[in-house]
Design a protein around this ligand. Structure first.
Ligand SMILES: [Zn+2]
Ligand SMILES: [Zn+2]
Length: 179
């Protein structure tokens, strides 16, 4: 399992199976005293994380504080858009790496053998519609990728595969027909 951190995320990537997970990093806050000018013009002391801009608690006592030495509060250095942009790029990159790993597996003799066994078991008929001839072998899940028990695999037709992919993505799909 490969593990690394980007600016905002911790990534776990299994180089063998291409399975991955992405976790948003939380800030390990480093609070400092800052001053904020209120709308009535007065200055007040607050505690703010200098990394993410989070404020802790309300106004603090100004007793014995030399206001001139206190920096002004910062505006948060990152926006939600920054997180989202990194995440989108990260997922795109991971999906490409995953596809390379999966495609390489589908060229191995092990996969060829498994595929033939599943086709034979399912009588070369699509197990989604029980109507069309099966044209491919589909993974019900990728948890056991490269070491699949045969019950994780099922023969299906192109039409049903397209419908299932669209369903999973929440897109409009042609319902699977059982004539
Ligand atoms: Zn913080
Ligand atoms: Zn089908």
């Amino acid at each position: 399992m490969e593990e690394y951190k980007t600016k905002f995320h911790r990534v776990l990537f299994d180089k063998d199976t291409g399975n991955y997970s992405i976790h948003l990093l939380s800030c390990d806050h480093e609070y400092i005293k800052v001053k904020r000018r209120y709308s009535n013009g007065t200055l007040h002391i607050h505690e703010q994380c200098k990394k993410c801009g989070d404020f802790r608690g309300g106004a603090k006592s100004q007793n014995g504080v030399n206001m001139a030495t206190i920096p002004f509060a910062i505006t948060p250095p990152h926006t939600w858009e920054d997180f989202k942009e990194e995440r989108t790029k990260l997922i795109d990159r991971l999906k490409k790496a995953q596809k390379r790993i999966r495609d390489a597996y589908y060229k191995t003799p092990e996969w060829t053998k498994k595929r033939a066994l599943v086709m034979e078991r399912d009588g070369k008929v699509c197990q989604a519609c029980q109507d069309e001839p099966a044209t491919q072998v589909y993974h019900l899940n990728y948890r056991h990728f490269k070491n699949e028990p045969l019950f994780d695999l099922v023969a299906i037709c192109d039409r049903c595969h397209t419908s299932i992919s669209k369903m999973d993505k929440g897109e409009n799909y042609t319902p699977i027909k059982h004539d």
